[in-house]
Ligand binder design. Structure first.
Ligand SMILES: NC(=O)c1ccc[n+]([C@@H]2O[C@H](COP(=O)([O-])OP(=O)(O)OC[C@H]3O[C@@H](n4cnc5c(N)ncnc54)[C@H](OP(=O)(O)O)[C@@H]3O)[C@@H](O)[C@H]2O)c1
Length: 277
């Protein structure tokens, strides 16, 4: 039976894939788990599994293709808990298969940029006060080895669209955000790191365009290392490829690019007056 450790985690996109395994393992390890996804039935099924193993969990629904839903999720998290020790920004959509055509979010943004990056950017900012109040706390951004520099002249990819390009841009945006936020959070006791969990894990995102090459358990191990290992205590602004520290695409280390993305993201997420004013 899980022995409660007094800590609470929110795992976005934990109704399926690697997020589901991570949430389950944290629940077994005594964490109170806030399970997130857009499918209530699958979310409640995971909650029941965590509870059956002696853990504590609750499902919170939100569709990340609408920023209003992200705001509702942040409010629901604040109602559900007075502490948040760990935020894992994992929810995402792939670039292949039938989803490979250009689509837009409810707010009119390119869908992969919105779901994979901007929703996590907004959610993180809205939950920062709770994380800071719970310090030491950690944020883990589940990115990918598939990275493509952001074209600031066409961030919404209105020209030469490809689903993989959109996916890779959104994944690199998460890393730029990670490095930028790590600096901003210096001294607060909240750390933020990003990673590529594993290559072609056996999840629906991969199955829609190719053959899986690694297991979801491998990816979960890598995420859990950044999330909870004592080795990572106090370490921030890092990018990991699986279990090992690595270098991301060069754009991640360009302060001007990071500043540009931050300014744009604050504006797109409707945070600009609150943060900079
Ligand atoms: N699979 C890989 O090999 C691989 C490699 C590198 C990085 N990653 C990253 O790992 C993370 C998890 O991927 P995965 O392979 O486990 O994918 P997955 O099995 O497709 O799971 C993705 C999760 O995100 C949720 N999600 C998708 N769109 C959403 C939306 N609009 N609103 C709210 N939740 C949404 C899904 O909910 P539904 O069940 O409702 O769709 C699901 O819970 C992603 O960020 C991905 O980029 C994966």
């Amino acid at each position: 039976m899980a022995e409660p450790n007094g800590k609470t985690v929110l795992v976005t996109g934990s109704t399926d894939g690697v997020g589901r395994v991570v949430a389950k393992r944290l629940g077994e390890g005594g964490w109170r788990v806030l399970v997130h996804g857009r499918d209530r039935e699958r979310g409640e099924r995971l909650v029941a599994e965590i509870k059956a193993a002696g853990g504590a969990a609750q499902f919170l629904a939100a569709d990340f293709s609408a920023l209003a839903d992200v705001r509702r999720l942040a409010a629901a998290v604040r109602r559900a808990t007075d502490r948040l020790d760990l935020l894992i920004n994992n929810a995402g959509i792939g670039g292949g298969g039938p989803q490979g055509t250009r689509q837009e979010s409810a707010d009119g943004y390119e869908l992969r940029f919105a779901v994979n990056y901007l929703s996590g950017f907004l959610l993180t900012h809205l939950l920062l006060p709770l994380l800071e109040a719970s310090a030491p706390a950690r944020i883990v951004n589940v990115s990918s080895l598939g990275q493509q520099p952001i074209d600031f002249d066409d961030v919404m990819l209105t020209r030469d669209y490809s689903g993989m390009r959109a996916y890779r841009q959104s994944k690199l945006a998460q890393i730029l955000f990670t490095l930028d936020l790590a600096r901003a959070l210096d001294g607060t006791g909240v750390t933020v790191n990003a990673l590529h969990p594993a290559t072609f894990m056996d999840t629906k995102m991969v199955r829609e365009f190719g053959t899986p090459r690694s297991t979801v358990a491998e990816g979960a191990d890598a995420i859990l290392k950044l999330a909870a290992s004592p080795e990572l205590e106090g370490r921030s602004g890092l990018y990991f490829n699986g279990l090992h520290e690595a270098r991301a695409d060069a754009q991640a280390y360009d302060p001007q690019a990071r500043q540009r993305l931050k300014t744009l993201s604050l504006e797109l997420a409707g945070l600009a007056p609150a943060i900079t004013g």
